[in-house]
Every structure is written in C-alpha cells, then in structure tokens.
Design a protein around this ligand. Sequence first.
Ligand SMILES: [Zn+2]
Length: 193
Amino acid sequence: MKSTTFSDPLVTRLSTFVRSIGIEVQACPIDWKTQFPGLEIRMGAVLVDEKNLIHPGNILHEAGHIAVHDPAIRQSPKFQPTRGEELGALAWSYAAVVYLGLGSELVFYPESYHGWATSLVENFAEGRYLGVPLLQRYGMAIETRFAAERGLKPYPHMLRWLRWTSEPVPLNQIAMHSNSTLTTPQTRSAPNE
Ligand SMILES: [Zn+2]
C-alpha cells in the first residue's frame, strides 16, 4: 500500500521540500530492517513508514544520499552510496535545514553520527563544514574561498539541489552551470499517482 500523504506536519514539510527538488517520497509500511527505522531508499525514492519513523530529520539525510548520487544509477534497485557520499549527504542535509529555517539538531540529533552530533552542530554553526568538497565537485555548491570571485553564494547555499552529472564539474565552470536554466529544479509531477 503506497500513499503520498503523512499526518505529522514536520514529516509533511520535509517531504514537500524533497519532492520540490525532484526526489520522490512515498509513504508505505517498511517491515524489513533498515539503517534508520521507518526509512528506506528504493529506485531513487525515499520510502517513509511514518509509524516507525523515529527521527524525521533522517528524511533529509536519505534524500541527500539520493541527491548527491550519480544520476546515471540514481534509480537502480540496489542503492550503494560511496564513502564520500556519506559526507556529501551530511552536508546536503544541513544545507536543507538552513534553507528551511530549521535547527541543525533536526539532522544532527544526539544519537546520530556515532555521538559526534554535538560537535557537528558546533562546527557547522561556526562555518567549519564537512562534505562540501563533494558537493563542489559536482557543481552543487561552492566553498566560501572560491565563491566571491565567481560571484556565487557560498555553501550552505546550494547552487543545485540535485546532482545532474556523472562527471565532476571543473571549478571554473560551476558559475556557468549555476546561473543558467540548469538551476531550475527538475520537479517530477505525478498528479494521478
Ligand atoms: Zn548515510
């Protein structure tokens, strides 16, 4: 049984955001073991079992995984993130909470990241970011030290929420890719689902 609606306002808000940038979110029962209770990645979509969901912020972590993944294999049945993508997803999820005006504790909650959540909250608050080089590699965001000279807004601002290329984007081409029509999120609409 699949559906697209949730009862928790926060889950609804996060899902609406994730869908708006072109990643599908489905409500469905998950009765198998997953990394985060009530969450799974399937064929490029985030599955949410609201009843078993403990930390709604992990919706953003999982969406971040899909967003930074190679688009050529994003929708493959078995999702295998690379190690670098773990940090990329972390950085992506933080950019998302900043964009949504939510606290970073939503994604860096006490039990997350093997007890490193508190230092992640502190480091990100002070501008010591992790995972941004991966986002920059694919032209999705740019580090402060490179941003001004290119007239771009630095991370945690995202130039693009969804990775669109399998190949790295050279630093000097990021601006080119970010101020054209390419910045428009590819929203997949499924009105009759
Ligand atoms: Zn992860």
